[in-house]
Design a binder for this molecule. Structure first.
Ligand code: FES
Length: 117
């Protein structure tokens, strides 16, 4: 599925970038800008930002469930993403598409999550 039509970025490319980003010792918050930069691409119109955040959030969950990335790093990243998007259209998109069915999705923060290192 194409997430960004301007830069032609697929969800599979986002997933691959997330594996690299979340495996870094001091993994940055995987915002769309960080993920796109990892892919050596840039946003143009930013129309994909809500979908990109939602896709990143869901892919982090998938990666944790498949054991491809440390689940603590994933929980921390999801909590930080949701906290950053709190009370915005992006947060509502994440919550409605993801369902936030687990407590860790909405409540994990870097301070609460154990270090991934
Ligand atoms: S659709 Fe992604 S920058 Fe335009």
């Amino acid at each position: 599925m194409i997430v960004c039509s301007c830069a032609v970025i697929s969800d599979a490319e986002i997933e691959a970038a997330l594996v690299e980003i979340l495996s870094l010792p001091d993994a940055p918050l995987p915002t769309p800008g960080v993920v796109y930069r990892r892919l050596q691409k840039k946003m143009v119109c930013c129309g994909c930002a809500p979908l990109a955040v939602s896709t990143i959030y869901q892919k982090i969950d998938d990666l944790a469930q498949r054991g491809l990335v440390c689940p603590y790093a994933c929980a921390s990243a999801q909590g930080r993403l949701l906290e950053r998007a709190r009370d915005t259209q992006v947060a509502r998109l994440i919550e409605s598409s993801h369902g936030c069915r687990t407590r860790r999705c909405s409540q994990a923060t870097p301070a609460e999550a154990p270090s991934a290192t």
